[in-house]
Write a protein that binds this ligand. Structure first.
Ligand SMILES: [Zn+2]
Length: 305
């Protein structure tokens, strides 16, 4: 008896099936690509939008931080009342070496200002109050001047030639924490061109990657087209993480200078807009510390006061 075929597949049916499979996979690829591809951080061109309107400052008010200490209190009471504004933030500080209460008030106030700004100003990512764990302030010299590791910042004050460097160093180091721990993607797919302390951890939709790509092919390789005028400081041109932290300092403290420098470089204009979008154009100060601008890049914004 001849074998009965329940379904007869013609050549024409086979072609239809083939097309259906091809279309299905094409649609899948487009969907996956869109899903994985991060949206750009630059939604608004603040550089163009506010050209000539530098006076527009939506800077976060710091009054809240300053009204705590009344004049008739002892220094110890003043320190306690400053800390009481954010006791949990104060608890993250580890004091090492000798500090007077008066000194401590100065450091705590600066730490509160930057921490408060980053907490309230950053429009993306996870909660810095949870991510950041420890601030070690050491009055002595250490093996290194200052550094950030994982969720901790260590600053050895004795390494400073001028104590007013504390602010620039603190904001610089905080940006490493933000870069690595606050700005994160959700994708399981990883980008192996950049590492967190030599471990491949960057999700392909990590917002920081968009910034790095302006000047870098990878953690160790600068774009062949990169020029000095594309960077906020000369000294840190060797590393995308330092590049990021240095431009952060410039945006926060010297947006006006940043704008002037960006007028000479479309890459730096993108970097400016990256921060402007991330912070909703808010800054802490415009020209708080007047950096001298000429054709020369500041050597290192952590030491240029
Ligand atoms: Zn650094």
């Amino acid at each position: 008896m001849a074998k009965k075929h329940l379904v007869k597949v013609t050549y024409y049916d086979f072609l239809k099936l083939l097309w259906a499979v091809v279309i299905f996979f094409l649609a899948l690829m487009i969907w996956v690509k869109e899903w994985w591809e991060p949206s750009s951080m630059i939604e608004t061109d603040y550089y163009e939008e506010f050209s000539g309107e530098d006076s527009l400052d939506k800077g976060i008010s710091l009054d809240e931080e300053e009204h705590g200490a009344a004049l008739d209190k002892s220094t110890a009471q003043k320190l306690a009342s400053v800390c009481a504004l954010h006791q949990d933030w104060c608890n993250k500080i580890v004091w090492s070496g000798y500090f007077s209460d008066y000194d401590k008030i100065g450091y705590v106030s600066q730490y509160f200002v930057i921490f408060n700004f980053l907490d309230r100003g950053i429009t993306e990512g996870s909660d810095i109050k949870k991510e950041f764990k420890t601030l070690v302030i050491n009055s002595n010299a250490g093996k290194r001047r200052w550094w950030a590791t994982w969720t901790k910042i260590t600053i050895n004050l004795d390494s400073f030639t001028d104590i007013s460097q504390f602010w620039q160093v603190l904001t610089h180091e905080f940006w490493h924490i933000v870069d690595l721990w606050v700005l994160k993607g959700n994708s399981m797919a990883k980008n192996s061109n950049y590492t967190e302390f030599w471990k491949v951890k960057f999700s392909v939709d990590d917002p920081s990657l968009e910034y790095y790509k302006y000047s870098w092919n990878s953690e160790d390789i600068r774009k062949s087209t990169a020029q000095e005028k594309d960077f906020c400081s000369q000294y840190w041109m060797s590393n995308p993480f330092e590049d990021f932290a240095e431009c952060h300092n410039l945006y926060l403290n010297n947006r006006k200078l940043f704008r002037t420098m960006a007028s000479e470089s479309s890459v730096l204009k993108n970097k400016f807009n990256f921060f402007a979008n991330l912070f909703g154009y808010q800054i802490l100060w415009d020209n708080k510390t007047a950096l001298p601008y000429n054709w020369w890049r500041p050597w290192d914004t952590t030491v240029l006061i």
